[in-house]
Design a protein around this ligand. Structure first.
Ligand code: AMP
Ligand code: ZN
Length: 139
């Protein structure tokens, strides 16, 4: 199956590129939530964060930081959402890992928010301990 972001990387599909280096490319999202919405993408195909190599993870975040500054310089947003989806349940639609950088302005009328509802502290603590124990099981 062809991957649209691999095709963009290889120049087979056009995109408005804003940055590239030996590990990472970044281009404008074709359905922008706001002005300046862009995607930071590792060159190497990896579907999700669970498939991504550590070096690519570092490279993507380093480029995201650089582009966050570029966006601030270029567009003076009031804020910036950094969003990344893994799997259909998380509303991922393109299965080549990517970070969204979405500049935000006060009263821009866009919504990514959910309503905070306090959790049960015992349950939260139990889950935290369970996850902390799992950290020792992964590389
Ligand atoms: P996600 O839901 O996190 O997988 O987001 C995928 C994003 O890729 C969406 O915001 C799409 O608008 C964007 N997208 C899909 N195809 C293209 C394309 N050819 N060029 C630029 N952005 C794209
Ligand atoms: Zn790909």
């Amino acid at each position: 199956m062809t991957c649209i972001f691999c095709a963009i990387r290889d120049g087979q599909v056009p995109a408005v590129r804003v940055y590239e280096d030996d590990r990472v490319i970044a281009f404008m999202d074709i359905n922008p939530l706001t002005d300046g919405h862009l995607l930071v993408v590792p060159r190497a195909h990896a579907e999700t964060i669970w498939d991504l190599g550590d070096e690519d993870a570092r490279a993507v975040m380093s480029v995201a930081r650089k582009l966050a500054h570029a966006l601030r310089h270029a567009l003076s947003p009031d804020g910036l959402n950094v969003i990344q989806a893994n799997g259909r349940a998380a509303h991922q639609t393109v299965f080549h890992y990517h970070l969204h950088l979405i500049p935000r302005w006060v009263d821009d009328g866009k919504h990514l928010a959910w309503t905070p509802v306090p959790g049960q502290l015992d349950h939260i603590r139990q889950l935290g301990q369970h996850i902390a124990a799992a950290v020792g099981q992964v590389t």
